[in-house]
Design a protein. Structure first.
Length: 545
């Protein structure tokens, strides 16, 4: 054990006095301010066509926060669409070869610069999602992009540029890629990759109800997901069947991974579209078992298959157990972990169903918006079959008992309507509170700055693995301040097709010191720090002995 003060931090920031009120005084809530234009982010997403007329176009796309150049602040990456033969309409031909993904470098002063061409990451495929991690443990972040069509894997050269390493890495795949996640499923110290695939789209199939405008997911045959094992030499091997995760009829969406049973190895949750979800429990021997049906996570509260989108792991009530939040086309699902091997769907009882019922929700980000010690829930919304905008939602966590919709209290910028899809939470401006990056379908992206969240205290934990993978993906971190202990997992992707700030953020309310930080690394080592100063980004390196 050791005492940790400001001398151990990468960055530290001072914040103002406690200023937030309770739920009864919501005029003191933080605001979400649209600073996209001011920040120099000019990215506009396109489906590659003038109108959305098929399910592939509807399901795009994600965004991410990540530090591509290792300078300590968060850069932004956006996935774009493309004019695609057999998918796009005739009127979209003007977009042929013109649309690319985009990388914006954080200048450290609240502004960004488009460095897509210089970095070499302007993929021109029909983009869906991304997953970012240091797959080769060399100290920089590599980028995997999923497309409708060939996926692309960019290896970070460590000098601000990337190299297309797809073929060399063995990640060529022509299926309908969608969500993916990095995880060290075999605990050998390097990161493996789970790739979710969607459907075998047939452009000639045109049987559907006129009101829907195009066929839904069950009109097409599903596709199997793929698990790639990292060989430790820069390449991957397909181990899907031997690992027990081969399901040829899956229709994956926003794939996530985390430790749902707190046994120290990483499980995989696959939200599927219009059918049961998969929850693959890691057996600890290189294989998985699908336990979705027996744990109550396969279907919604009424036993119905949902159109599940993204997913997020969260300890909603600070009991140390990982719950699962899954946005969908109806009331969304909140799977509360009983700690006894099963989950209970609680969206109605926790107020999420009432808030989501009139929307189609896609991406969920669980983070402490107001720094009261309980994670809140942000949701993107947007029509699934038309380019019709809907407001996004911010649901405040009331002491782990219910979520309260406070969207109308967050300022005029938050009331605008977009066809929302992917989103990522992260502290891009280094002030200690979490901001939001949003990918809107066929419209401009948005950067919403959290104005006022840091009026309460906070801490962020930045993990560096040694024996474990360098990113620390697979770690469990518990922060105790006052009488409360918060638990967070160092995950890879989160939300819908997106990836949030990899640093673990904890709101601390009025507490002026963290009594204890406990880190269980993927290697199994448990590291404990005591008497830690608040309002800092604390970088913690895994002990070598």
């Amino acid at each position: 054990m050791s005492k940790v003060g400001p001398s151990a931090v990468v960055m530290a920031f001072c914040v103002g006095p406690f200023a937030l009120g309770s739920l009864q005084g919501q005029q003191n809530l933080p605001r979400l301010i649209d600073v996209t234009e001011r920040a120099g982010i000019a990215f506009v997403h396109s489906i590659g066509d003038d109108d959305m007329d098929n399910i592939i176009e509807s399901n795009a796309a994600g965004c991410a926060w990540f530090d591509y150049d290792g300078d300590g602040d968060l850069d932004a990456y956006f996935i774009n669409g493309a004019y695609t033969d057999g998918l796009s309409g005739v009127r979209g031909r003007r977009n042929r070869g013109r649309l690319t993904n985009a990388l914006y470098r954080n200048n450290g002063d609240g502004t960004f610069t488009d460095v897509t061409a210089a970095a070499g990451v302007g993929d021109k495929g029909m983009g869906m999602a991304l997953a970012i991690a240091d797959y080769d443990n060399d100290g920089d972040q590599d980028l995997f992009v999923t497309n409708y069509g060939p996926n692309v894997f960019y290896r970070n050269n460590g000098d601000g540029t990337f190299t297309d390493y797809t073929s060399q890495a063995g990640l060529e795949n022509d299926l309908s890629g969608i969500g993916s996640t990095f995880l060290d499923y075999d605990n050998d110290g390097d990161l493996d990759l789970y790739l979710g695939n969607y459907v075998d789209y047939d452009p000639d199939y045109q049987y559907y109800y006129a009101a829907q405008r195009f066929p839904g997911p069950l009109s097409y045959q599903g596709q199997p997901d793929v698990l790639y094992r990292n060989n430790g030499d820069g390449t991957f091997t397909d181990v899907t069947q031997e690992a027990g995760v081969y399901n040829p009829e899956g229709r994956a969406m926003g794939v996530v991974s985390g430790d749902v049973d707190d046994d120290g190895d990483w499980d995989i949750f696959v939200p599927n579209d219009g059918m049961e979800n998969y929850l693959y429990r890691n057996n600890g021997d290189g294989t998985f078992t699908d336990i979705a049906l027996q744990t109550g996570t396969g279907y919604g509260q009424g036993g119905n298959a949902t159109s599940a989108m993204g997913a997020e792991f969260a300890d909603i009530d600070l009991n140390g157990l990982m719950d699962i939040i899954v946005p969908d086309m109806a009331y969304s699902c909140v799977y509360k972990n009983s700690g006894q091997g099963y989950f209970e769907e609680m969206s109605a009882r926790m107020g999420v169903a009432a808030a989501c019922g009139q929307y189609t929700s896609w991406s969920g980000n669980f983070f402490d918006f107001d720094h009261d010690g309980y994670g809140d829930l942000f949701l993107t919304n947007g029509h699934p079959h038309r380019l019709i905008g809907e407001e996004d939602l911010l649901l405040l966590n009331e002491a782990g008992e219910r979520f309260v919709n406070v969207s109308h209290e967050l300022g005029p910028d938050f009331q605008e309507k977009f066809v929302g899809r992917g989103s990522a939470a992260g502290d891009y401006d280094g002030d200690g509170d979490m901001d939001l990056l949003i990918l809107n379908l066929n419209a401009r992206a948005r950067l919403l700055q959290n104005d006022g969240g840091n009026s309460r205290n906070w801490i962020m934990i930045d993990l560096v693995g040694t024996q474990s993978n360098r990113d620390g993906i697979g770690a469990r971190v518990r922060v105790t301040a006052g009488n409360a202990t918060q638990t967070r997992l160092r995950v890879s992707t989160s939300g819908y097709l997106s990836q949030s700030d990899h640093r673990l953020h904890f709101g601390l309310g009025e507490e002026t010191q963290v009594r204890r930080v406990e880190i269980r690394w993927p290697s199994g080592k448990v590291q404990t720090l005591e008497d830690v100063a608040v309002n800092q980004v604390l970088r913690v390196t895994e002990p070598t002995s």
